[in-house]
Ligand binder design. Structure first.
Ligand SMILES: Nc1ncnc2c1ncn2[C@@H]1O[C@H](COP(=O)(O)OP(=O)(O)OP(=O)(O)O)[C@@H](O)[C@H]1O
Ligand SMILES: [Mg+2]
Length: 359
């Protein structure tokens, strides 16, 4: 990171989730080794149920209304935003190539990417990007991360943001934003194997770090809506009632204590799902340990989830606080609201660390 990096303008982070839109604005303060971030604005606005389904925008008016609402509520004047995409139409993969020139690499990446796409679809339907993670002259290879996203999906997100009056200057991927906020939090020890797991409403975004480097990224089609569906099914409550119960409040004649077994059953099934992905990672990357799981996302707040994951996966599980090293500007943010939103904002914070001119 250069000495004058902090002079560059940071983008406003806009995380468009299927349950809510999160917005975060940071300011970079201090110079060189003393550079820090200060939280200027943080807000959330709900997205109506079914406006985004399986990561696809079904009701673009509803989504852009939520974006407009959260930007207005927080009185955010800057219009230049970083957004992110996630879900099954986004693929992220680490590939090792022999060392080669940038032009040769661009060509090789196109060939390699073809293996990503579902049958019958190719480079014309996907936007493709890549970045060199590490060059290893020792063994003559280089590690490269490849990203592909369906173009129509990306365009739908960009259109919504533009409809809300904002200017999307950067399209990121949820798992990279997660990795980014973790790196800023400087929590990693050199030789640790860590899983960052962000549990949203429909998807769980996950990245595995080995020795502080992300090597594996995955969006699992599993999210907090499963708790809601289970409560509705088991206890005959409405969606709104189930949301309240999930958040530890009594609703429609039911108490959180009473419905706890339903939540535990779903937490158990999440442990199975996460365990399978971790096993897959371990065998494909020949990594035989996992030191800890850091949980974020709105659904990481479900009562008992951290303990159940810890017991079932036999690993230390902690909640990840993206604001750990961030100062608060108390003129514009309420510390209680920051605590309340907390780990749900991990991706928005990761996006807000991006600068104008970043790719
Ligand atoms: N206090 C809480 N306890 C339990 N669950 C909660 C709590 N607060 C929020 N949630 C749940 O978290 C989910 C929203 O989390 P998040 O904002 O991370 O998801 P999202 O980004 O909108 O979804 P996705 O990325 O999957 O489309 C919802 O399912 C919501 O019910
Ligand atoms: Mg999300």
């Amino acid at each position: 990171m250069g000495l004058f990096d902090n002079k560059k303008k940071l983008l406003v982070g806009l995380d468009i989730g299927s349950s809510c839109v999160k917005v975060c604005e940071l300011q970079s303060v201090g110079k060189g080794g003393n550079q820090r971030y200060r939280l200027q604005k943080l807000g959330v606005a709900p997205v109506p149920h079914d406006a985004i389904v399986d990561g696809d925008i079904m009701d673009s008016n509803a989504v852009s209304t939520a974006i407009r609402q959260v930007l207005a509520e927080q009185k955010i004047k800057a219009r230049e935003v970083a957004v992110s995409v996630s879900g099954q139409q986004v693929m992220v993969k680490k590939v090792t190539f022999p060392l080669m020139s940038p032009a040769e690499l661009a060509e090789s990446v196109r060939w390699e990417a073809e293996s990503f796409f579902p049958a019958g679809q190719g480079l014309d339907s996907y936007a493709l990007d890549f970045a060199v993670i590490e060059e290893r002259p020792g063994d003559g290879n280089m590690d490269v991360v490849l990203v592909a996203c369906r173009k129509d999906k990306m365009e739908a997100y960009l259109t919504c943001v533009a409809q809300a009056g904002a200017k999307p200057l950067l399209v990121d991927v949820d798992v990279f934003a997660l990795q980014n906020v973790y790196e800023m939090s400087a929590m990693g020890a050199r030789d640790e194997v860590v899983a960052l797991v962000n549990v949203g409403a429909n998807f769980t975004n996950m990245t595995m770090l080995v020795g502080n480097k992300s090597v594996f990224w995955r969006d699992i089609a599993w999210g907090g809506h499963r708790f809601t569906d289970k409560l509705m099914e088991d206890w005959g409550v409405s969606r709104e009632g189930a949301e309240l119960l999930k958040q530890g409040q009594a609703a429609e004649g039911r108490t959180p204590e009473e419905v706890e077994p339903s939540l535990s059953a779903i937490s158990d099934s999440f442990a199975d799902e996460l365990g399978r992905t971790i096993d897959f990672f371990r065998s494909s990357f020949k990594v035989d340990r996992l030191d800890r799981i850091l949980l974020s996302g709105g659904s990481s707040k479900v009562a008992g989830l951290t303990d159940i994951l810890g017991d079932r996966l036999r690993v230390s599980v902690e909640r990840f606080n993206p604001f750990q090293l961030i100062e608060l500007d108390e003129r514009s943010v309420d510390p209680a609201a920051v605590r309340e939103i907390g780990c749900s904002a991990a991706i928005a914070v990761g996006l807000a660390l991006r600068q104008v001119g970043d790719r």
